[in-house]
Design a protein around this ligand. Structure first.
Ligand code: JCH
Length: 228
């Protein structure tokens, strides 16, 4: 898989060198390209933003600059690219979306700043046969730009790529429940810590009873989440 990210803050993507994602890169399973949007400007000031039509506070990122940057990462082959435009108004990112993106040949993260990107960028790439456009949010809170959202999505996607994760058993276990989430409480040694005991069933060695207990706990947790 190729992952391209376009941003005015390429330094935000330094953590990609770390840990699991860094190993996926070294193994050749994933190829990252982090592009500086300002490299696609043609004025002396490397301008990426302008005032909004219709007035209002803040600045909007220019369509011409974004168009040139995105075009530069689109393959000339028949490859389909998934263009992920981060926005607080996008579809909420989920484990289901992570599994969908994990099957992509090419992810492109468009990381805006200010008040976001000129809407015609979305409209234009929606008309391109080799591009699937996704407007995505990572949750109902406002960030200053798309970079942190792109990192979160990258981590959720990369760990699903076969051969990337260190412990494939944990992925198989996750895939057994519908949401793809670990939903039961977890414990490790010591068996007592600050007066708190590990539930006896987990040290019993009775695998049937353990599976039943974990299912019950997951049910209790999902009931609690609904109550929130
Ligand atoms: C972003 C912004 C519009 C603030 C600029 C680009 C994603 N889940 C999530 N929260 N926030 C984002 C996100 C993604 C990309 C950009 N901003 C700042 C944009 C606003 O209101 C119209 C407010 C925020």
């Amino acid at each position: 898989m190729k992952i391209s990210a376009i941003t005015i803050f390429p330094e935000y993507f330094a953590p990609l060198e770390l840990s699991l994602i860094g190993k996926a890169k070294e193994s050749g399973l994933i190829d990252f390209a982090i592009l500086n949007l300002r490299d696609f400007t043609d004025d002396n000031h490397h301008t990426v933003d302008d005032t909004p039509y219709g007035g209002g506070a803040g600045m909007v990122m220019k369509a011409e600059v974004w168009g040139d940057a995105i075009d530069s990462v689109l393959p000339t082959s028949q490859t389909i690219s998934d263009l992920i435009i981060l926005t607080p108004a996008g579809k909420k990112f989920s484990q289901k979306m992570a599994t969908e993106f994990a099957r992509s040949e090419h992810l492109i993260f468009a990381c805006g700043r200010y008040e976001g990107i000129d809407s015609r960028v979305t409209t234009f790439y929606q008309s391109q046969p080799k591009v699937r456009v996704h407007e995505v949010s990572i949750g109902d809170y406002v960030l200053n730009g798309g970079e942190v959202a792109a990192l979160a999505i990258t981590e959720a996607v990369v760990r699903l790529i076969p051969g990337v994760i260190g412990n494939p058993e944990s992925l198989i276990e996750e895939s057994h429940n519908e949401a793809g989430l670990v939903e039961y409480p977890t414990f490790t040694k010591p068996p007592e810590w600050r007066g708190l005991q590990v539930p006896e069933v987990l040290t019993s060695g009775n695998h049937g009873a353990i599976a039943k207990w974990r299912l019950e706990q997951a049910e209790i947790r999902s009931q609690n989440a609904r109550g929130d």
